[in-house]
Design a protein around this ligand. Structure first.
Ligand SMILES: *Cc1c(COP(=O)(O)O)cnc(C)c1O
Length: 526
């Protein structure tokens, strides 16, 4: 007898094997359709548009004239439509189900945001339009800047960076400019980064030619304060710290850390990717932070995870504010103005380190973020953080006896587990995650952060209901029990039900095939 899920569909491994052994003529399974590449759909001569024959002309290209096809697939309009609709149905998304990726804040994107972003006055503006014709769009940027400063308690914000990592680069360039203004850019060459940091932190520091110096974590999963203080010195430019950190824990010593950094003449960069956990409750400016990026696509909804683009505004302390990059919006009696040149900035009394992007940033994300803030209100934003933390703790408390939690006590917005519960089962974190796909769940973040072995990092976010979480928790308990019961059928070779099974991810990474090549034309027989 195979098990049934709560929708009455068989879930047992026996079923999986027998249904997998049936080969269909088309390769399709039920109404789940196989889809070739669009190049493989090529039907030479087929076309979705009906173009008039060009008027007679004499080519001046001579021998350069192309005789062969240019290699675009010939596909009719209905076939193109079906192709892309089928592909879109293969794309798992936050609109389809729970997306428990830790360190990512994959939350519901309210449709209201989408509607606002498509208003012609926002959606159709061109970045080179005269400023007097886009006063509303500039006002929206000013409003976003206002609320980002308000929510973080910081005096300035650079809106233009296009992702969290880009925001890190922006913040660190502001820090470097401030050091240069003090004549210390050459002598301060080291950046302190906790070992649990997201990879973008050391990458950002390295991109700016800084030496990255790792700060060890305590057994509690937080920065080792004594080890950190011992590393401070006159050659330290900054610390890059994430709070709550990537173990889902609040860095309780953050004020001491900020004080020590400043006493050493360095700056405090905070990775604000986890702002969702504290928005409306804690103002980073009050913690002594000098620069922090905010992933609008994490904290303030807006599509994330293949849906992109992102936006990574950076808030800056008074010490760094003068160095904020161009462009920025100012408001005067004449309306809103985008300060776009060094000359204008000089009049303003600022000293921008330069510019991060060609234009002004991700307008669509700005609109979505403002719509999200306005529709939540200040009480709603505070509740976001509270519910995100509550949901994560519900997951942690429900699963800590079935999985294994590396750190004692409650968490912030994400629950971290390690692979001790799989010890001796022959099942690894990867197998466990792949088995989740068969259950209809996108896996959680795996093997990150690196400070715990075989990490499983789950961030439910505030937008998931208790019912959804209970089903998810039930699934993980079921899988943990199967693993511990030495029942490997759910895990070996999983996912069984996905269109593709276990891929050779190492080979794919080492030897990626990124380009479709036509099959070699058949040689005519002599
Ligand atoms: C997501 C994330 C980043 C990078 O942000 P992107 O927008 O993906 O560039 C940096 N740090 C942490 C902790 C993150 O979770």
């Amino acid at each position: 007898m195979s098990a049934m899920n709560n929708q009455g569909r068989p879930t047992g491994a026996g079923e999986a094997t027998s249904s997998n052994s049936i080969q269909t003529y088309t390769g399709n399974r039920g109404l789940r359709l196989e889809e070739p590449l669009i190049f493989e759909l090529d039907n030479p001569g087929a076309c979705g548009v009906d173009l008039d024959e060009p008027d007679a002309f004499t080519s001046r290209l001579g021998s350069l004239e192309r005789k062969a096809r240019i290699g675009l697939p010939g596909v009719s309009e209905p076939d193109v439509m079906r192709h892309f609709v089928r592909l879109s149905r293969k794309n798992y998304s936050i609109d389809a189900g729970l997306y428990p990726l830790g360190s990512c804040t994959m939350k519901h994107n309210p449709r209201l945001n989408e509607k606002m972003a498509r208003l012609a006055g926002f959606g159709d503006v061109h970045p080179l339009q005269p400023q007097k014709t886009v006063q509303g769009a500039l006002e929206l940027m000013d409003t976003l800047a206002h609320w980002l400063k308000e929510l973080t308690g910081m005096p300035a914000v650079a809106l233009s960076p296009k992702a969290g990592a880009h925001g890190e680069l922006c913040g660190m360039m502001a820090i470097r400019a401030a050091l240069a203004a003090r004549g210390e850019a050459e002598t301060r060459t080291r950046i302190l980064v906790p070992e649990s940091a997201h990879g973008t932190n050391p990458a950002t520091a390295a991109l700016l030619n800084y030496k990255v110096d790792e700060i060890p974590a305590t057994a509690e999963g937080r920065v080792d304060l004594a080890a950190f203080k011992a590393k401070l010195g006159p050659d330290v430019a900054a610390i890059m710290l994430t709070n709550p950190n990537t173990c889902g824990l609040f860095e309780r010593d953050i004020i001491d850390i900020a004080d020590a950094v400043h006493a050493a003449g360095a700056y405090f960069y905070c990775d604000g990717a986890n702002f969702n956990a504290i928005v409306g409750r804690v103002r980073p400016g009050d913690l002594g932070i000098d620069a922090m990026h905010i992933n609008l696509h994490k904290t303030f909804s807006t599509p994330h995870g293949g849906g992109g683009p992102g936006a990574g505004p950076v808030v800056l302390s008074a010490a760094l504010a003068p160095f904020a990059p161009l462009p920025y919006v100012v408001h005067s009696a004449d309306g809103f103005k985008l300060v776009e040149t060094m000359g204008e900035a000089k009049v303003d009394g600022t000293d921008p380190f330069g510019r991060m992007v060609a234009f002004h940033g991700q307008m669509g994300m700005f609109v979505r973020a403002v719509a999200y803030m306005m529709s939540h209100g200040s009480d709603g934003l505070r509740q976001v953080a509270e519910d995100a933390v509550l949901n994560a703790n519900y997951v942690l408390a429900s699963l800590k006896d079935d999985l294994s939690a590396p750190f004692e006590g409650p968490c912030m917005h994400e629950a971290l587990f390690d692979d001790r519960f799989l010890k001796g089962t022959g099942v690894e974190t990867l197998d466990f995650a792949k088995a989740m796909i068969d259950e209809g769940y996108h896996p959680m973040t795996m093997y990150f952060p690196l400070v715990v072995h075989g990490a499983l990092l789950i961030e439910p976010t505030e937008t998931e209901s208790k019912k959804t979480l209970d089903q998810f928790i039930g699934t993980l308990k079921h899988l943990a029990k199967a693993a511990k019961g030495n029942d490997k059928t759910l895990f070996t070779g999983a996912p069984h039900f996905a269109p593709r099974h276990r891929l050779d991810e190492t080979l794919a990474a080492r030897n990626p095939v990124l380009r479709w090549q036509p099959a070699a034309p058949k040689q005519a027989a002599e």
